[in-house]
Write a protein that binds this ligand. Structure first.
Ligand code: EPZ
Length: 417
């Protein structure tokens, strides 16, 4: 139950290096279950979620070690096929064990993840996908219980381009008998990353990054060796911090090409953004301009940047509208931003943000990874002290955030409780 104590306002200045992407690393770690051998990954962020996935692999009999961003996994000794509720409820991505266990071992028992702070997050598409590949599935005491002799290829259309369902079905199809086509698949860079790593290990996949992915099943794949891409949401968070604080930040080891929609909106707010290779320099304006934002599936504006841009627009000169299409209830950060003085009206999945000239520091409560980063950003420009409670959410998704912000001039410290 650590918290952060932030003294503001401040103007961020300097350079920051982006860590590996949580949402690319988690599926990659689960994919090691397909190999039955040793896998190694570079540029791995040491996050709470990394440790949780290592714990889950451990429960399945898979040993792993993480040192200086290098992760070694030995998946040659799988002894259990059950992902327990106690782990799955702390990290939904545990469900990524379903596809690989089922396709390689013919059985998987994975706890249903349950809901989260912003409402129901069903996994029906994951289940429908593996049933289409020939699995027998029953829901038993809160667990997905799936079995299959050998999965077979199938054609399917996802009703929503779900990242998680695309990941699970793609991994299950890698060792299935025949050809699988996933239509309306997710197009996120994390999907392209996973497909790339699997192909290097012998999988036959095409169309990743488009809405139609084809997987030709093989009998086995080799060991996976892969460096994780930089985290686009972490990079987007620091870009938003530069705009909100009126600062200037050089963001190194990032992929600006994964952030088009975010950078476009920050430019509309008045930011100057210079991109060169895997680096960008973001300079915040003297006055933030209002703009309207609609979240959507990649390459549209990511829902994982919605809270952060709301913090920016809460200090704009004028009114902005934010429409949340992916998770219509994802607004748990709103009452907390209002505690700092923000003026936000919610109507269903639409937030109208009327910019104010100043924030006043106050104690606020983090509710999820991205909401907490938005509260920290807001605390950086609030007068006086802001105390962000429950920062374990931050530790799930951001590596050394307070150190990185401190190096940019923020007055932020962790209070251990
Ligand atoms: C991934 O979650 C990310 N998590 C989330 O980031 C991100 O918010 C989300 O994609 C959307 O971009 C990871 O990568 C670990 P989805 P995921 O399946 O896979 C509906 C963060 O902060 N849906 O793409 O769980 C669902 O309700 C996290 O890093 C179904 O209806 O998201 C939602 O409306 C938070 N049935 C939409 O699809 C299903 O079976 C997108 O969900 C699955 C999803």
């Amino acid at each position: 139950m650590d918290s952060f104590l932030i003294r503001g306002p401040c103007r961020l200045e300097g350079s920051v290096t982006i860590s590996g992407a949580k949402n690319a690393m988690l599926p990659l770690m689960a994919s090691s279950l397909l190999t039955g051998g040793r896998c190694s990954f570079g540029n791995v962020p040491d996050l709470r979620d990394t440790r949780t996935m290592m714990k889950l692999l451990g429960v399945l009999g898979v040993s792993s070690s993480l040192r200086d961003g290098h992760l070694e996994i030995d998946a040659s000794t799988v002894t259990s096929f059950e992902a327990p509720y106690d782990l799955v409820r702390t990290m939904r991505a545990s469900i990524y064990s379903l596809g690989p266990l089922l396709t390689r071992y013919g059985t998987a028992r994975v706890s249903l993840p349950g809901g989260c702070a912003w409402g129901p997050r069903p996994v029906d598409l994951h289940i429908r996908g593996i049933i289409a590949l020939g699995a027998k599935v029953r829901i038993d005491h809160g667990y997905i219980d799936a079995t299959a002799d050998r999965l077979h290829g199938a054609e399917m259309i996802l009703s929503v381009p779900s990242v998680g369902a695309t990941v699970n079905i793609m991994m299950a199809a890698v060792l299935a008998d025949g050809i699988t086509v996933i239509d309306n698949a997710a197009r996120e860079p994390e999907i392209v990353e996973l497909a790339g790593a699997l192909k290097k290990a012998g999988a036959v996949i095409s169309g990743e990054g488009t809405s139609k992915i084809t997987i030709e099943g093989v009998t086995e794949i080799g060991e996976i060796m892969h460096d994780v891409i930089p985290d686009r949401i972490e990079a987007g968070t620091f870009a938003a911090a530069a705009v909100l604080t009126g600062g200037r930040i050089q963001i190194d080891n990032c992929r600006p090409d994964h952030l088009h929609a975010v950078l476009e909106k920050l430019r509309e707010c008045g930011a100057s953004i210079e991109v060169s290779g895997n680096c960008m320099i973001v300079t915040g304006p003297g006055t933030i301009r209002p703009t309207d934002v609609e979240t959507g599936f990649y390459p549209a504006f990511p829902t994982d940047m919605q809270a952060q841009i709301m913090a920016v627009l809460s200090r704009a000169k004028g009114s902005s509208t934010i429409v949340e299409h992916v998770y219509p209830d994802r607004f748990t950060h709103v009452p907390e931003l209002k505690r700092l003085g923000a003026k936000i009206n919610l109507d269903g999945n639409v937030a109208v943000v009327n910019g104010v000239d100043s924030f006043e520091g106050a104690p606020v409560m983090a509710t999820d990874i991205r909401a907490s980063s938005a509260l920290i950003l807001a605390g950086l420009v609030a007068e006086g002290e802001t105390k962000v409670l429950r920062v374990y959410h931050i530790d799930r998704g951001y590596e050394q955030l307070e150190e990185k912000l401190g190096a940019l001039g923020a007055d932020i410290k962790r209070i251990k409780e």
